[in-house]
Design a protein around this ligand. Structure first.
Ligand code: GFB
Length: 315
């Protein structure tokens, strides 16, 4: 990738896309092309094709997706499959048809089987059944990464994929019903602290293990992958550290300074028991994360408070 390249970032207003734009700017890539959801409907193949034909980007980064936590995914697997499949096919196939030479497709480590070996190597893909709570999302992301792989192998374009672990950071969605666990916990503990509530309701048993990566680390990894001449087709990216949901809750409680007790609701789903990705490959290529969970959590609580004050928070 060259500094003069025109780089299309799909999903630039989301948590991931906006972090990718910041990381590109930081490294001197000034020629970034974006479209808001209103300007370009990524579910519409003709609109996406027309956009690529008009803009002719050199590089595309596909950070657009319908995302959500376990509640949103498990309640709407059909919607998560349909929208993410359409976004993947339209943005990747459209790029290929318009002559885009390079593309980075972003997915999630939920593409791997529910009972994959831990830490999960890239080779675990499609070796056994998926986790049911996010099967629709996972299938769509698997289609996208496979389309990139096939196009690279058969048609000579440099399309490759990066699979991040659970992400958090500025610009996250703080919806307590559909959001991911970390931002949801920040909002729940902050709300309880401000209201003086005695308890904070959390989901499941607290025993599942999750890995968290700050979105600015992911964005740095995206630029790193785009600067490699011959990247692998599929690469995991994570912090390499896992915590139980219970430990995460204690950390968020401490980071927010909330004295409330935790009330676990075991009627709510736990989801996959463990999801730690094997980051041997990306580390062997020369990349490593910079932001540890405690530091990232403190930054994110500060971001949440500032966004709430400014009225810019996504709920
Ligand atoms: O981030 P999360 O919603 O999704 O985390 P996944 C779910 C875990 O946190 C489960 C526990 O073990 C929940 O029982 N948890 C505890 C809570 N309290 C809460 C709460 O208040 N809200 C939420 N949301 N969870 C998602 C996938 O899986 O991971 C997506 O559904 C995507 O497709 C994403 O891959 C990265 O980690 O289970």
């Amino acid at each position: 990738m060259n500094k003069a390249d025109r780089i299309y970032v799909a999903g630039h207003r989301g948590m991931v896309g906006s972090a990718v734009c910041r990381a590109l700017a930081k490294k001197g890539y000034a020629n970034v092309v974006t479209r808001t959801h209103k300007e370009l409907d990524l579910l519409d193949p003709a609109a996406v094709a027309a956009f690529y034909a008009a803009e002719k980007p050199d590089v595309a980064v596909i950070a657009a997706a319908r995302v959500g936590g376990i509640g949103a995914n498990s309640a709407a697997n059909a919607l998560f499959l349909y929208e993410n499949e359409m976004i993947a096919l339209n943005t990747v196939w459209g790029a290929y048809k318009a002559g885009v030479k390079r593309l980075l497709f972003l997915g999630s480590t939920c593409i791997y089987p529910r009972m994959a070996p831990q830490p999960i190597p890239e080779s675990a893909l499609l070796t056994s059944e998926l986790e049911k709570t996010n099967e629709g999302y996972a299938l769509a992301k698997i289609s996208g990464l496979k389309l990139c792989e096939f196009l690279r192998r058969d048609c000579g374009v440099l399309y490759h994929s990066l699979m991040p672990t659970n992400l958090y950071g500025p610009g996250d969605n703080y919806d307590v019903v559909g959001g991911h666990v970390l931002p949801t916990m920040i909002r729940k503990f902050e709300t309880a602290r401000v209201n003086g509530d005695a308890t904070v309701p959390l989901w499941g048993t607290g025993t599942p293990l999750r890995e968290f990566l700050h979105v600015d680390d992911l964005a740095a990894a995206c630029v790193f992958m785009l600067e490699l001449e011959n990247p692998p087709d599929l690469v995991n990216v994570g912090s390499g550290e896992e915590v139980s949901i219970r430990t995460l809750a204690e950390k968020v409680k401490a980071a927010t300074g909330c004295p409330a007790a935790i009330d676990w609701d075991s009627t709510k789903p736990d989801g996959t028991p463990r999801k730690l990705c094997d980051t041997t490959l990306i580390r062997s290529l020369g990349w490593k994360p910079e932001i540890d969970l405690d530091t990232g959590l403190a930054m994110t609580v500060a971001d949440y408070r500032a966004a709430l004050d400014a009225g810019t928070i996504r709920l």
